[in-house]
Design a protein around this ligand. Structure first.
Ligand code: HEM
Length: 431
């Protein structure tokens, strides 16, 4: 005889808004606090949506081992597929593995290596543009920097001219389809339709130009691979956009959090600066060997994960940690709650450049890029880019907070980041 388990308990929230306010702010902290109060599985309500949150080591293991069988991403990421042909998030099984393999080649570190000089030159140009400004919006500036870097890596050209249109349309789609902040009717707004059409034109023009010019430099990039892939034109366009879309905000949020960490922790700043100053020319190969900078990137991703959960829907009922989750329930695996648990990361509040992540990775408790079949395809590239960007920044600029003493206020728009009001000033670093 089987006993029917109860549904997970609900986190208390105010009527109507539910837990929305906290989920729009420091959502990672909300997950950690709720995990401590409620245990490894609980329900939250955010405006018109209800989610089951699963968190902790067992949740990460569940996503890793059973995620592909028990969950679909259709409800959370279907909007990206329908609106922009970005299909990798929603596919399952063999079709997913096939598309993933092609994208993985197009988003690889080899491409970064092949275009390193162009990426470095453009990054340095952009960073030099920060110098002398008394109040730079760090998140905005980092988004522009990440967008330029990623579009050179994936397509060979910078997309700076279209930056604002691309950013606003993608953020709206994310807010409507993944975060559920606005009603679906928002996608019919004329302003949004115009932005969407512009993004489509951008992707199609890039593909058409490449088709006419023939393959780019070796290795084949995302455009070459999309053109050669056995998919209809809208999915090829989605592939061309994929790196840009999945990467710009997450990478920019990582950069902004790293800047915040450096400004708030003089001893961290001193150590990484000394390492960078002693490093000699910043070639692609040299970047592998900068342990303090790698520590900065890994610790920032641990403490301030830009994508702290994987949103899914249960395709079949299942039991987890003594509770029953029905088919059709929206589930969010809060993959980074483990980052704050002392049993996995001793003294988790300490920002430690020397922390060893080997065991945490192996046990799937260090999971800034999620775990399982839909793990981030840009993780390798992100880590190299982040190390290089901080190194370039420290060599060229001296940063200061525009408003000293202002506390870090994390907001989720659409993912957790230091917010628009986080402003910095930059001066050229004396030779
Ligand atoms: C700090 C930077 C980044 C973070 C924290 C991050 C995080 C994540 C996470 C958590 C997922 C899993 C989503 C899920 O489970 O539903 C994911 C998926 C993905 N990421 Fe990233 N990402 C980053 C940068 C990038 C970059 C630069 C790219 C570049 C192209 C990229 C491409 C992708 C793709 C294609 C997927 C979907 C994989 C699939 O569904 O099979 N990401 N990312």
């Amino acid at each position: 005889m089987t006993t029917m388990l109860r549904p997970p308990p609900a986190v208390p929230g105010v009527p109507v808004l539910g837990n929305a306010l906290r989920m729009m702010g420091d959502v990672q902290q909300f997950f950690v606090d709720s995990y401590r109060e409620m245990g490894p599985v609980f329900r939250v309500r955010a405006l018109n949506q209800s989610f089951v949150i699963m968190a902790g080591a067992a949740a990460n293991r569940f996503l890793l081992e059973r995620g592909e069988a028990v969950f679909t991403s259709e409800e959370s990421f279907g909007g990206l597929d329908r609106e922009f042909g970005m299909r990798v998030h929603v596919l399952r099984g063999r079709p997913h593995r096939e598309l993933r393999k092609i994208l993985a080649a197009g988003l690889s570190r080899d491409l970064l290596a092949a275009r390193w000089d162009a990426i470095t030159a453009e990054s340095e140009r952009i960073l030099d543009g920060w110098a002398g400004k008394p109040a730079i919006g760090a998140v905005d500036a980092c988004q522009r920097l990440a967008a330029a870097q990623l579009s050179i890596a994936y397509t060979g050209a910078s997309s700076a001219a279209r930056f604002e249109t691309l950013r606003s349309a993608f953020e709206l789609v994310l807010d409507v389809t993944i975060a559920g902040k606005w009603p679906a009717a928002t996608l019919r707004w004329p302003g949004y339709r115009r932005a969407r059409a512009e993004i489509h034109r951008f992707a199609r023009a890039a593909l058409a130009e490449r088709a006419a010019a023939g393959p780019g430099t070796a290795p084949p990039d995302l455009l070459d691979l999309a053109l050669a892939a056995p998919y209809p034109p809208d999915v090829q366009a989605g592939m061309a956009l994929q790196g840009y879309f999945a990467g710009v905000n997450t990478v920019a949020y990582l950069y902004s959090f790293m800047i915040d960490v450096l400004l708030r922790n003089p001893e961290v700043l001193a150590r990484v600066t000394a390492e960078v100053d002693a490093a000699g020319p910043l070639t692609f190969e040299r970047l592998r060997d900068l342990p303090a900078l790698h520590g900065l990137v890994m610790e920032t991703l641990r403490v301030y994960p830009p994508a702290p959960g994987s949103a899914r829907t249960a395709v079949e009922p299942f039991d987890f940690e003594g509770f029953h989750i029905e088919a059709g329930r929206r589930v969010l695996v809060a993959t980074c709650v483990t980052h704050q648990l002392p049993e996995h990361f001793p003294d988790p509040r300490r920002f430690d450049l020397d922390r060893d992540f080997t065991a945490g990775r192996r046990a799937a408790v260090y999971a800034p890029f999620s775990v399982g079949g839909h793990t981030c395809l840009g993780a390798g590239m992100t880590q190299v880019l982040a190390v290089a960007t901080v190194a370039m920044l420290l060599r060229r600029l001296r940063l200061a907070p525009a408003r000293p003493g202002r506390p870090l206020r994390i907001t989720a728009t659409p993912g957790p980041n230091p917010g628009r009001r986080f402003q910095i000033s930059a001066t050229p670093r004396p030779a």
